[in-house]
Ligand binder design. Structure first.
Ligand code: FPP
Length: 263
């Protein structure tokens, strides 16, 4: 049995990307994948390059992974592109990260439109420079009629502040008698979050070997399957995405209950 499994695994590893994609599509594809794209800086350092070179390379990975996610039939892909804590980085790096959406969308938007991808953004827009907002808003508008993959950028996003602002908005509505306290349940609370119109992530991926959530979708990932890899984001390939989805497909999701065969 073991030998059979070994043979199967090695054949699978030797199989082409196309074979793996087709195999993967035979099983359940996660509806919503969220990714903490980490390791750009280390990727650059390993090559004696400035950190921004790592972000530039990371942008290319976003393109590859978006294409494959769309092809596999993933419905929602949320990418942690800039956190509310990332302002602490050197100005040069922050300025570059603020330019990335323009650079990315400047070359990739026609393909996103063509491929029926809908661009969205969640985060606090107040501190983001107007040139960045302009590029994102343009992409959001241009793709608003698309009904394929939702490509959701978490940009100047922080989960704790998102939760606090949901709490404040709910409290205000209760205070103004627009909402009754008994109406507050998990579903209602979720709808006050920036991701209110999305489903909760089924699969959360973090690259670069760090095993933490870093203030990312803390409420929403309550029942997500977590998948960590040592691979740095610029090196994250289609094969790695398939590996993560295959791992997801082998998990038993019970949401705190039992599978019918266990009851
Ligand atoms: C974390 O790596 C990565 C970021 C803070 C930026 C993520 C941005 C991209 C992947 C570029 C794509 C963005 C768009 C909008 C298309 P790090 O810098 O913390 O890496 P390190 O931990 O190795 O220093």
């Amino acid at each position: 049995m073991l030998d059979k499994m070994k043979i199967w695994k090695s054949t699978k590893e030797l199989g082409t990307l196309e074979d793996r994609i087709n195999d993967c599509m035979q099983c359940e594809i996660p509806k919503h994948i969220a990714i903490i794209m980490d390791g750009n800086g280390r990727w650059a350092k390993k090559r004696a390059l400035p950190r921004i070179a790592g972000h530039h390379e990371g942008m290319k990975t976003v393109r590859k992974i978006t294409r494959l996610a769309n092809r596999l039939g993933v419905k929602e892909l949320t990418l942690y592109a800039f956190s509310t804590e990332n302002w602490k980085r050197p100005k040069l790096e922050v300025d570059y990260l603020m330019k990335l959406p323009e650079e990315f969308l400047g070359s990739f938007l026609p393909e996103l439109v063509e491929e029926n991808v809908q661009v969205q953004m969640m985060g606090d827009q107040s501190l983001i420079p107007s040139h960045t907002i302009k590029a994102i808003s343009h992409a959001v508008k241009e793709t608003s009629h698309n009904d394929g993959l939702i490509l959701n950028f978490a940009f100047n996003y922080g989960s704790r502040s998102e939760i606090l602002s949901a709490v404040k908005n709910i409290a205000l509505e209760v205070q103004n008698s627009e909402l009754n306290i008994h109406q507050i349940d998990e579903k209602l609370f979720s709808s006050y979050l920036m991701s209110g119109h999305l489903s909760d992530p089924d699969l959360l991926i973090r690259t670069s070997g760090e095993i933490r959530l870093s203030n990312f979708m803390l409420w929403q990932v309550a029942y997500a399957e977590l998948w960590f890899t040592n691979v740095l984001w610029p090196d994250f390939s289609e094969q790695h995405l398939l590996e993560a989805i295959e791992a997801y497909q082998s998990r038993s999701r019970r949401f705190g209950g039992l599978k019918s065969e266990e009851s």
